[in-house]
Design a protein around this ligand. Sequence first.
Ligand SMILES: Cc1cc2nc3c(=O)[nH]c(=O)nc-3n(C[C@H](O)[C@H](O)[C@H](O)COP(=O)(O)OP(=O)(O)OC[C@H]3O[C@@H](n4cnc5c(N)ncnc54)[C@H](O)[C@@H]3O)c2cc1C
Length: 389
Amino acid sequence: MDFELTEEQKLLRSTVRSFAEEEIRPTMKEFDKKEEFPVEITKKMFDLGLFGIFVPEEYGGSGLDYLSYVIVVEELARVNASCAATVAAGNSLGIGPIYYFGTKEQKQKYLPPLCSDKKLWGFGLTEPDAGSDASNTKTTGLIKDERIILNGAKIFITNASSPLTLGSTVQFKSGVKDNGKKELSCALVLNNTDGFTQKTMKNKMVWRSSNTAELYFQDCTVPQENLLGKKGDGLKIMLSTLDRGRLSIAAMGLGGAQGAYEAALRYSKQRVQFGVPISTMPVNAFKLAEMATRIEAARSLLYRTCWELDNNKPFAEHAAMSKLYCADVMRYCANEGVQLHGGYGLMEEFDAAMFFRDQKLLDIGEGTSEIQRMVISRHIGCYDLAGGA
Ligand SMILES: Cc1cc2nc3c(=O)[nH]c(=O)nc-3n(C[C@H](O)[C@H](O)[C@H](O)COP(=O)(O)OP(=O)(O)OC[C@H]3O[C@@H](n4cnc5c(N)ncnc54)[C@H](O)[C@@H]3O)c2cc1C
């Protein structure tokens, strides 16, 4: 077994770490407070090559492996979850479906803008009445006369209404299958299409400077060439995208846990009570030791799963485990991190408060922790489960 990162991966980590420290950390609290999407920082992340990391250079990407991508998200999340979310959603959910399921023409048309021309793309799966039950899509798409006519709504779609957004991939009901179940398909829809409106969602507790949108379709008509994959392949495309996407959400958990732990360790060594730094009191030292141990275990599980993906081995079971476990580890570190800060941990000027809030998304986004346990239960043979976001 070779656990050593390549020289290229080590360089990538140190480059992204420096960028996060120098460009993101000084301004992130202001963006978070104002709930403002950081356009210029996002453009700089494009300049650094953080979009299209696993996409070949012919489409404007960097042609790196999945582990490199996960390291990037981990390093961003160590400092700020919102910027990490923009990159994770941009790569896994925006670029991923087009790269893995698009025709050559679709890849040539959409990937260069999304990888290098500073454009973002949304992943429109969740609806007001269809969250974990990802196959219960109500949005309809009538495929007729070489066109698709969409009607319906999506909710909570990351990167779908920012100033840099070009469009979204949208799952819709295209018919009914022989077994009576919904036939689901996917379409690529540009934001400036008639009948398509995007509304930015405000007042989020988490990821406050990432972009989240509601999408509305009213007789929104796109050419049939915008169908992604074959008619009826919609759920397969969405679920397989989520299998990969879970690794980047896991990376957000790992990076967030690391950031929360480092902040807690730093503070505990400085904070003196009863005449000694609180880090020297066994109850607190043991918490920090527990954090460090869980983070190492999470990193091993996540990196091993990336290795499986990069080596074309089955990885979906371990991706669900990685997402579940990294979210758990970040919850532990963020919670104990606040505890070690005492009252100061509840004040927004301390990073501990931000990690505490941002952690909660990881139990919910891209499949809740309950859904991860259901996916894992199915893989280990407890029962058969169809779908689940
Ligand atoms: C900031 C943010 C960004 C997001 N970005 C995107 C995006 O880019 N694209 C997108 O499509 N979606 C996105 N989502 C949506 C996210 O994926 C959903 O919120 C998530 O899948 C859960 O769906 P729900 O909110 O409808 O909850 P529900 O599905 O209603 O779940 C409510 C509760 O019931 C539990 N539950 C549901 N079904 C079961 C079951 N069978 N067994 C046991 N428990 C169950 C859940 O675990 C949860 O605890 C985003 C959400 C947020 C908050």
